[in-house]
Ligand binder design. Structure first.
Ligand code: SF4
Length: 711
């Protein structure tokens, strides 16, 4: 067994004390952090004090990075090659050379049979994806995916349809807002440190929050107004808000006239969608809606309707998000302090951006296997739609794929119905996981390649867009404890074995950084000093008279969209009321707590100690009828699958729904702390793998209904 080493970043492992400015890796937000290291060991982690918005703050998960590093021996410690059936947990330890040769040989065989396009990679996505995209592109495959079909896809496409930029192309200026409207965007628990701090600061400055969610989260506890809306009905509410804004002439006529198309069509569509009309569906009193609209029109333009990525995931989510942004536009709350602001990149502020690794690789000619960008013309081919891969695996149409690499992404925890997903993945010739933890998919893979923790590795540099764009660095703080490797090294080694090493011709990460920074005027040493370099002195806002840059075909906000028309979709559709839940039937909702990052952190020693179980929330009026008492054992079932859990009887969940935190019910025996604790919502989502919002592409997870009984 031979293990070739990845080089440490210079300075790592040296004796004495040093501060390393880096980026947290306990969730996908990647907050800037400061890591104190003494004699090669991390002693303290805090927020990067050079970043004013961050200060020294960390969330609980960020603070538990130390626990990941030093207390968690239940993570992959060396490469593993499967020796028994998939999922049987029979492995043999391999050296890196052997494991990489094994993966490369299988990939070669797949490429020989199906071409490069026969290789698929799914990534958690985000800041460092230039590396993974490069690897896939170098193989000649267009099939790079993110996890977005279970996350932001509906909101992403809705934002694009109105403004021409995706969901991350818009940022929200919470701090200066007067009124923040959140549809299940649980800022206090599903948190990003800076955003949560800005939100609290806004409330301290006197801003109001209106929180709309079938479940009262901790964020609802901070709101001035909480509406416990019937699940999957926020689109009806939004249509009625637009109705009042237009009929009572409460919108920003100058802004809308100057910057939008299709107002007449929108106006005529919402003519009969009154607050009284929506009350029947949402349960929100009409008079409250009327008074709210008058209030927010007064607060405009310092108002934010967060189009969310946790906007209920249902069959009309796309239109829910689209109307939320349409309200922002009608209020003139675009590109103003306290409203929604276009995210700016380096070029937008007159600077040169980072050089991309992907730019060095020839374009791929083959179309995407999921049809994004050609068959589904309105779906962004960047992140793709992962669940649309599965019909292709089954039928070979438009072509066959043979290998799947899951990088920091767990399709069996995030996609609905893991049993159905695994049956499809079982058809593939190769399944590889590259991860810090044993994900559910890793446990069923052919090979696990352990990535070093975020404290033990450096990543490629990243450019953060926003009102004040910046370059950020994740630097290596300490040497890896186990026989793990950084992603840049793993992909480089695979690329070299697959004959495309010329695109990964760097010996260490510092060479990549230098390439990325070429021509920017910024040096590695400068970035090292503070972990980030801001590219603008203050937030950049475009001129609202002449300078707004909507990337839509018309160059304006499109209430009527030619892109949607081309895809055979309507600008707005009639609201489809969900059926009321009665008897033992409930809608299954899920969400997050402040101390876990979905399934990734379930086995973290510290976080597991804080929360290792997810009770099932149920409304008292429904619980009583079914004879369910608080704390009693209940059975939740769907399509022949049943699971038992403890009931939490509470009025803070809508009567139509039961709720559970996501990420629990782990099935990897080596994760002893989290193993079999709590309930996995995705396993209850039987038959939901192919159910999605046709306009947004995102899974309609909240369409899932279950039956509930005393156990
Ligand atoms: S929100 Fe918390 S876990 Fe996520 S990156 Fe920031 S500090 Fe880390």
């Amino acid at each position: 067994m031979k293990s070739i080493k990845a080089p440490n970043v210079s300075g790592v492992g040296s004796p004495g004390r040093r501060s390393v400015f880096s980026m947290c890796g306990m969730c996908a937000t990647r907050c800037p952090i400061q890591v104190e290291v003494e004699d090669g060991r991390v002693t303290w982690i805090q927020g990067n004090s050079h970043d004013k918005a961050m200060g020294a703050s960390l969330c609980a998960k960020g603070a538990a990075g130390l626990s990941l590093e030093y207390d968690d021996d239940q993570r992959p410690q060396y490469p593993l090659i499967r020796t028994g059936p998939r999922g049987a947990g029979q492995w043999r330890r391999a050296g890196w050379d052997e494991a990489l040769d094994y993966v490369a040989d299988k990939l070669k065989s797949v490429i020989d049979k199906y071409g490069g396009k026969g290789v698929v990679l799914s990534d958690r996505g985000g800041a460092f994806s230039d590396l993974t995209k490069s690897f896939v592109k170098a193989l000649g495959s267009p099939n790079y995916f993110t996890h977005d079909c279970t996350c932001g896809s509906n909101a992403h496409h809705a934002t694009k349809s109105l403004f021409g930029v995706g969901r991350t192309g818009m940022s929200y200026d919470f701090k200066n807002s007067k009124h923040i409207v959140l549809y299940g965007r649980n800022i206090i628990e599903s948190l990003q440190v800076k955003e949560a701090k800005d939100f609290i600061q806004a409330l301290q400055n006197g801003a109001k929050c209106t929180y709309i969610d079938p479940r009262a989260t901790l964020t609802a506890g901070k709101a001035a107004r909480y509406w416990q809306i019937r699940p999957n009905t926020e689109y009806a509410l939004n249509l009625s808000i637009i109705n009042v804004l237009l009929k009572e002439n409460l919108y920003d006529r100058d802004f809308v006239t100057r910057w939008s198309i299709g107002l007449d069509e929108l106006s005529s569509f919402v003519m009969d969608k009154t607050p009284e009309w929506q009350e029947t569906y949402t349960g929100i009193p009409a008079r409250e809606v009327r008074s709210f609209v008058n209030e927010i029109a007064n607060d405009a333009p310092k108002a934010i309707f967060h189009a969310g990525w946790m906007t209920a995931r249902h069959l009309q989510s796309f239109y829910g998000s689209r109307t939320a942004h349409a309200i922002n536009a009608l209020l003139g709350a675009i590109e103003v302090p306290g409203g929604s602001i276009f995210a700016k990149g380096a070029k937008d502020v007159g600077k040169k951006g980072l050089n991309n690794l992907t730019d060095r690789i020839p374009a791929v000619k083959d179309p995407r296997v999921d049809g994004c960008g050609w068959k589904h013309t309105h779906f962004d081919p960047g992140p793709g739609i992962l669940h649309l891969l599965f019909p292709a695996i089954e039928t070979g149409d438009p072509y066959k794929v043979g290998a799947y690499i899951a990088y920091r992404h767990d399709p069996l925890s995030s996609l609905p119905d893991p049993e159905a997903t695994m049956k499809l993945l079982d058809r593939l010739e190769l399944l590889v996981s590259i991860d810090v933890n044993y994900s559910e998919a890793a446990w069923r893979s052919d090979v696990i390649l352990p990535e070093s923790t975020y404290l033990e590795r450096a990543n490629i540099l990243t450019e953060k867009t926003g009102p004040k764009p910046s370059f950020l660095m994740r630097d290596q703080a300490v040497s890896p404890r186990f026989d793990s490797r950084p992603a840049w090294w793993i992909f480089r080694e695979l690329a070299r074995r697959l004959g495309v090493g010329e695109f990964f011709d760097f010996e260490n990460v510092e060479e990549i950084w230098n390439y990325q920074l070429e021509g920017t005027g910024v040096t590695v040493a400068q970035l090292r000093e503070k972990g980030q370099i801001s590219l603008a002195d203050k937030p950049v806002l475009w001129d609202r008279e002449k300078g707004l840059k909507f990337k839509t075909p018309s160059g304006k906000i499109e209430f009527t969209s030619s892109v949607l028309k081309k895809a055979g979709l309507d600008d707005f559709v009639e609201f489809a009321p969900p059926k009321n839940m009665e008897g033992d039937e409930f809608r299954l909702l899920f969400g997050r707590s402040a101390v876990h990052n979905h399934a990734h952190t379930m086995n973290n020693p510290l976080l597991n100690e804080l929360l290792d179980y997810n009770p099932i929330w149920i409304h008292p009026s429904r619980a009583e009828k079914l004879g369910i008492a608080d704390g009693s054992l209940i059975e939740v079932s769907r399509q022949g699958y049943a699971v038992k859990g403890l009931a939490k009887v509470t009025p803070w969940i809508h009567r139509d729904a039961v709720f559970m935190l996501h990420g629990f019910g782990r099935t990897v025996p080596l994760q002893k702390r989290a193993y079999n604790k709590g309930t996995a919502d995705q396993r209850l989502q039987k038959g939901m793998l192919t159910v999605y919002d046709p306009a947004g592409g995102g899974h309609a997870l909240c369409e899932c209904t279950v039956h509930v009984h005393p156990a």
